[in-house]
Design a protein around this ligand. Structure first.
Ligand code: GRG
Length: 298
């Protein structure tokens, strides 16, 4: 996976590698309790852009990490992400019937199974990472901490709690930023840090650069999500088009307007690039991923 490959070629290689790793690291489909294991595989395999694994591999390349170590770290982050989507889709949260073009887990199976799938994926993510005997113990603990903090109350779950409480509430831009930093940004940051730590220890200057980069792409990811949500028609986005606005939840577009939101996304893309200056040309993949996050159409 050299920097000489095209970005598309590199992405496909990573996506294939991660799909194989996920297939091997999830419980086998036929193993008992088969319904739970099948539903776990259903929720994770064969879909999604795999943005978080791509970030793991891009940062890992920068820190000369071993590919098998990266595949495990990427699979762990993706399992946490998949669990969050399964729970987010449930009737007690967003109540969505479709995800990645197919029925959500509680529709394809049932609500109790969806709850268990999320719980089991979260535990499996930490098991997959903890089982990596190739990483020095102190660094492995650092990686487990990064993932735990990103997924927990000071990260994704905390952000989701703020989101649930924000219906009908007018948030300031700062409050909206904070919510998204936790809800989506924390796991994107964890992906970058896990990739780096999979290679070696990260010094203070590098950590600041990676944090600034992660913060910018985390916010850009959400700004673009809101722009796509506001501009796509229902046929393009499925039932979720305009969902946050319809649910009376604040979005970047509702606070800043469409044009300002598009400008903000571009500003964040440039901030992400600037943050990578200390790494020079070696950070090409991270720069390209920032571009992808801002320029994506879905
Ligand atoms: C239920 C604890 C808990 C948390 C849920 C991440 C999240 C918090 C909810 C997802 C809802 C949502 C649509 C958030 C907006 C941004 C986001 C995370 C979109 C989905 O991520 P993508 O675009 O999805 O990376 P794919 O399918 O490509 O993996």
């Amino acid at each position: 996976m050299t920097l000489l490959a095209s970005f598309d070629g590199w992405m496909t290689t990573v996506q294939v590698h991660v799909e194989e790793a996920l297939g091997a690291l999830l419980p086998a489909a036929g193993r008992e309790p088969a319904r739970l294991h099948e539903a776990m595989r259903y929720s994770v395999l064969g879909g999604g852009k795999r943005v978080r694994p791509l970030l793991v591999f891009a940062a890992g390349g920068l820190f000369n990490a071993d590919l098998e170590t990266l595949a495990r770290a990427a699979a762990a982050v993706e399992m946490i992400h998949a669990y969050s989507l399964v729970h987010d889709d449930m009737p007690c949260m967003d109540d969505d019937a479709l995800r990645r073009g197919k029925p959500t887990v509680h529709m394809a199976y049932d609500e109790a199974t969806a709850l268990l799938v999320g719980d089991a994926l979260q535990a499996q993510a930490f098991a997959v990472l903890a089982d990596d005997a190739s990483i020095a113990p102190a660094r492995l603990v650092a990686m487990l901490r990064v993932l735990a903090h990103a997924a927990g109350p000071a990260g994704m779950c905390g952000g989701q709690a703020i989101d649930l409480a924000s219906v009908g509430v007018s948030l300031t831009l700062k409050q909206l930023e904070r919510m998204h930093q936790l809800k989506t940004g924390a796991l994107l940051r964890a992906s970058v840090l896990l990739g780096a730590l999979a290679g070696r220890d990260v010094d203070a200057v590098e950590l600041t650069a990676l944090d600034t980069y992660s913060n910018a792409i985390g916010l850009a990811f959400q700004v673009v999500d809101d722009v796509l949500d506001a501009t796509a028609d229902s046929a393009t986005l499925g039932k979720t088009a305009g969902k946050d606005a319809a649910a009376n939840k604040p979005t970047y577009v509702s606070i800043l307007g469409l044009d300002e939101s598009i400008l903000l996304a571009e500003k964040l893309r440039r901030a992400a690039h600037d943050a990578l200056a200390p790494f020079g040309d070696k950070a090409l993949r991270l720069r390209e991923l920032a571009d992808l996050i801002v320029q994506r159409k879905a």
